[in-house]
Design a protein. Sequence first.
Length: 202
Amino acid sequence: MRHLRKSVNLLGAALIAGGLAAVPQAAFAQAVNPCAPKAANPCAAKFEVDAKLVTRPAGTKLVQGKHSDLAKEGEKLFKDTKLSTNGMACGTCHANNDNFMATFTKPYPHEVEMAKEKGGVAKVHLDEMVQFCMVVPMATKPLPWDSRQLAVLTTYTADLQKKFQADAKKAANPCAPKAANPCAPKAANPCAPKAANPCAKK
């Protein structure tokens, strides 16, 4: 019996020793293996939009036409809620040139906060920005790149940009004529009849 206990103890000791020796070796091998699968980074940026959906394919040419006709159609479509899946239209956010970022004064392509934040796209062209608006705020699919809808919306938005740029220049011009203040004190009229002096000698 004593021989059996001794054998068991020796076997247990060997297993423990072998296990303790094997664990660090395996852990070390995994740590130094550059091909070992890495755990996902929970802090890595996750973009809501697949950049391929909103990036202009090489060789893309928008539908051509008379500028005034395209702009007129674009203005109508700009207000059309049927383009979206949530009842929004382009004009829901941008009525009267509202809610455009200061970067809207810059020529395209340029950085746009929404495109960078939602899709990781550093710079966008105007037609690509239209596509971003379709996908993000309006929650629908991007328009076909060869569609008249994309062409007219891009044309009309370009016209809005020109107006936005002009308004920004006026606001920044210190020499621009200022509107009259209706509450400003009025200058005395030197030709107005003077009131009688109650203290004058009679």
